[in-house]
Design a protein. Structure first.
Lengths: 153, 334, 424
């Protein structure tokens, strides 16, 4: 135990060193993002609430009713019902149960038509549980939040 | 008659200042906790969140006041008050300006009670505060509360001894045991203050006071991870609020005592600045020490209980005694 | 301990490393505190407790302050991952593995994918191996930083917890950029990773890898030589190499006992044989040694990340193996063969040979082993996950014996158990 370490021990040297670190944090910028007033914008690939994309010209859903998303979903949260029309399949029911969804992004990954995508919407808390059941209309309406540049063919 | 009026005015003023400071000190504790952790603290209640404590008080008042069925009710009720009333009594002893100041033509001593053995009184009152904690643990009729309170009480008693002994060197140097006398002995600029010659005494007193106040790194009795909340476990609502309040009042008062004994009390650091009233200097020093207590709390981990007691008895007590002996030798020789 | 840019290691270190006999003797002295025929009171610590990491219940018999016996209670977070996996295809199991050790979820994905790739004989392309290595080291950093914050908070320094979370944000942001999620990544796929690194990611990752060692040096100034921490962590919770061997303890706890076993060096996978790093070893086998091992591992992780970023090759990020691997999305939209591959993998699953495989990798908490029995179908017949926290949780009674109750929290924290990992 050299003299240097005795002096360091007696003068609480490393305690002051530690206090200088927290003192530094005291004076530097704070990292808090004050949530309702300031919001962090998630990255483009963020896996948030789903959206169904429609073709900008014709207004028809991109979805071709292949049911790949319904099948790959590990939680079985997508319900699809289709019916045959004259020249295409019409999507009658496309529901996602957000309460079951684990936000893994597989549905988006396997979709061959760039129909179902995940947006950056993460503020999903609600007082009404029925808000968790996303119907086709809500999914289509959510496409305004989609990062469409990620899904160009 | 005028003396009585001035006495009442001084008393009321001091109480208002101390009681009024505490909500803001609690607010500062939380705010500074945030700043030390790179985050903003409370910002919502009032401008910069300054009214946070008042919101907390309103919340606590609205809570149910539960007294456990098998608890010792009178003791349970009185315990929080025993913790913080001694602090108010100590406040009466601390001078906040020079003696014999003339206000509106009357000579006023700027101290509520110029007691000859002021510092000894302070130590005695600190010992009474221990009763509050022990009563709380006992009256709660809860095994863990009792253990926590006994530990806390034992810790406070052990460190009080070192605190007292650390002061004896100071008394020898200043030749007086009253607060007024010690402040008078520090006349001059800041290099005349007692913390320079009595640096060891100051260090011991400061660290022992952290243990006395049950603050980190000596707060094992209240550590969440260990015993939920120790002696305060069974206290709900505003009764718990009184405990918290008492702890912070104790912190303010002990800071005032340190400022008075070692840092010149109401005296300014440079004689040229005497035009600023002594009261302001005293409050400034109190706030400085409160900040140091907070800084230490938010930086250091806590000691285990047996290590804490070891340090109190095996390190601080011998050091305080050595300080006493060396001071006595030097004073008698020089 | 040199080369970290900090010369603060004035912490008293024995000139020679303690031998196994010395450590065993120190541990025996602790165990001797448990006298025979003593009266004990039973306290249940948990399953919900301010300090226990997750819902782990430790029913301790106390003689005063000394822990005489502990009966652990696990299973509060059991979700049946292994059984669920029997009903999901090999691709669909990946999000399940996310939720094992949710603090280091990419590591779990990676371990599972390595095992499946060994079963199917898929060769992962070079770029994907490098990306996996970088992501794995990032998640190791994230895990250790979180562990550090929680561990020091158990000792009372709450500031540390918050500044560790602040620094973890940089890593979570990197993951969010790459795969879209901060916690449950599902980034690894059979044959590679799910998405290529976006533009600007390499620059940001390099900035993080350069900045974190400075932060680590700050942490060291704050805590490593702090006398209070030293008093609480030295010679507490000694668990010798022999004990570790008997209780199947791996990872940092084993390396703190002097055994230089690190699967990244001993059985390299991903790109670990192409990078240069040291295995962190300490010899005191106490809480402090485990702390030092993890700090050193964090420095080494930063080193590995920098090397991988410097040498990051171009190329595919997913193997082009139609029978075993999902197709690239951009091909699915253009090429009918890829679309067929997509349909086959979703509606049926990959083609898997019959057989069984065991593969283990070094996840941040220790050694994770994945054992898969396949009957030739697209869903695993049996998936067994041999996760480190399970064995560490099992060893907790042995570690607690004779220790004081106040130390138990520190010891529990030093072993780094996450209940998702333990209970599956």
């Amino acid at each position: 135990m050299g003299l240097k370490s005795v002096i360091k021990k007696a003068t609480f040297f490393e305690i002051f060193q530690g206090m200088s670190v927290t003192g530094g944090y005291f004076l530097k910028d704070k990292v808090t993002v004050e949530y309702p007033k300031e919001k962090i914008i998630p990255q483009p690939r963020f896996r948030g609430m789903h959206a169904l994309l429609t073709d900008p010209e014709s207004g028809r859903l991109n979805c071709c009713g292949c049911r790949l998303c319904e099948t790959i979903c590990p939680s079985n949260c997508i319900t699809i019902e289709t019916s045959e029309q004259s020249n295409h399949k019409s999507i009658d029911v496309f529901d996602i149960d957000l309460a079951r969804c684990i936000f893994c992004g597989f549905c988006e990954e396997v979709c061959p038509c760039a129909a179902i995508v995940m947006t950056s919407v993460y503020e999903l808390a609600t007082y009404d549980k029925s808000d968790f059941y996303l119907t086709k209309e809500r999914l289509v309406a959510n496409q305004a939040n989609a990062h469409k540049e990620l899904y160009r063919r | 008659m005028t003396d009585l009026i001035f006495l009442v005015v001084k008393g009321v003023l001091w109480v208002v200042v101390a009681v009024g400071m505490v909500p803001f000190i609690i607010y500062f504790e939380r705010k500074f906790a945030g700043f030390f952790q790179s985050r903003v603290g409370p910002t919502y209640a009032g401008p910069f969140g300054a009214l946070q404590s008042f919101g907390d008080m309103a919340k606590l008042l609205s809570k149910e006041d539960l007294i456990p069925d098998w608890a010792d009710k009178p003791v349970f009720r009185i315990a929080p008050y025993i913790l913080f009333v001694p602090a108010f009594v100590t406040m009466a002893l601390i001078p906040f300006g020079p003696m014999g100041v003339s206000i509106f033509g009357h000579k006023v001593d700027l101290v509520i009670a110029n007691f000859d053995a002021g510092a000894i009184m302070f130590l005695a009152l600190g010992s009474i505060a221990v009763y509050g904690i022990v009563f709380a643990g006992w009256a709660s009729n809860n095994h863990w509360s009792l253990l926590g309170s006994l530990r806390s009480g034992a810790q406070m008693v052990s460190y009080e001894i070192s605190m007292g002994l650390a002061l004896v060197g100071l008394f020898i140097m200043a030749g007086s045991v009253s607060f007024v006398g010690i402040v008078d002995a520090q006349a001059g600029n800041f290099w005349n203050w007692n913390f320079i010659p009595q640096i060891v005494g100051f260090a011991i007193f400061f660290v022992a006071s952290i243990a006395e106040l049950n603050r980190a790194p000596f707060d094992l009795a209240e550590a969440e991870q260990e015993l939920v909340a120790g002696h305060m476990t069974e206290y709900t609502g505003m009764r718990w609020g009184i405990f918290m309040f008492g702890e912070y009042v104790n912190m303010v008062v002990v800071s005032a005592v340190i400022a008075t004994l070692f840092f010149g009390g109401w005296r300014p650091p440079f004689e040229a600045l005497e035009f600023i009233p002594g009261f302001i200097w005293l409050v400034g020093k109190v706030l400085f020490f409160v900040f140091m207590y907070m800084w230490i709390r938010w930086t250091l981990p806590r000691y285990r209980y047996n290590q804490l007691m070891d340090i109190g008895w095996k390190v601080f007590l011998p050091l305080a005694l050595a300080n006493l002996v060396v001071t006595a030798l030097i004073v008698s020789v020089v | 301990m040199s080369g970290h840019g900090s010369d603060l290691h004035d912490a008293p270190v024995a000139p020679q490393h303690p031998t196994l006999e010395e450590l065993t003797e120190r541990k025996a002295r602790t165990r001797q505190r448990v006298a025979a025929n003593n009266e004990t009171i039973t306290v249940s610590m948990g399953p919900q407790h301010p300090s226990m990491h997750g819902v782990y219940q430790a029913v301790v018999d106390l003689d005063g302050e000394i822990i005489v016996r502990t009966r652990p209670g696990i299973g509060n977070l059991h979700r049946g991952v292994e059984k669920l996996a029997e009903n999901l295809t090999y691709h669909q199991v990946i999000p399940l593995t996310d939720r094992l050790d949710y603090v280091s979820s990419f590591a779990m994905n990676h371990g599972y994918c390595e095992a499946v790739e060994k079963l199917m004989g898929v060769e992962v392309p070079v770029r994907a191996r490098y990306i996996r290595t970088i992501a794995h080291e990032l998640i190791r950093l994230s895990n250790h930083i979180l562990w550090l914050g929680v561990h020091i908070m158990d000792f009372g320094a709450q500031t540390f917890f918050l500044i560790c979370f602040r620094d973890r944000e940089y890593i979570l942001d990197l993951f969010e950029m790459a795969c879209g999620a901060r916690l449950t990544h599902s980034y690894a796929r059979i044959g590679g990773v799910s998405k290529d690194l976006p533009d600007g990611w390499v620059g940001k990752c390099r900035a993080v890898a350069d900045f974190l060692p400075k932060r680590l040096a700050e942490y060291e100034r704050l805590i490593t030589v702090n006398r209070i921490f030293l008093k609480r962590a030295r010679n507490v919770g000694i668990f010798t190499a022999e004990d570790c061997n008997q209780w199947r303890i791996t990872g940092p706890a084993l390396r703190a006992a002097g055994v230089a076993r690190d699967l990244r060096k001993d059985e390299p996978y991903a790109a670990y044989d192409e990078v240069d790093f040291e295995v962190a070893v300490e010899y005191d086998a106490d809480v402090y040694a485990r702390f030092l091992v993890r700090i050193k591992e964090m420095y080494e992780s930063c080193k590995i990340i920098r090397q991988c970023l410097d040498n990051l090759p171009d190329g595919p990020f997913l193997a082009a193996d139609a029978a075993h691997v999902l197709p690239l999305k951009k091909n699915v939209m253009r090429d009918s063969a890829a679309m067929v591959q997509d349909f086959v993998h979703v509606f049926r699953g990959p083609q898997v040979p019959k057989g069984e495989v065991y593969r283990s990798i070094e996840v941040p908490k220790g050694e994770m082993g994945v054992y898969i029995v396949s009957d030739g179908g697209p869903k695993p017949q049996r998936l067994r996950l041999s996760t480190p926290s399970f064995y560490h949780g099992q060893a907790i009674p042995a570690m607690f014996e004779g220790e004081m109750l106040s130390d138990s929290v520190g010891i529990f924290g030093s072993v780094d158990i996450v209940l998702g990992d333990c209970d599956r």
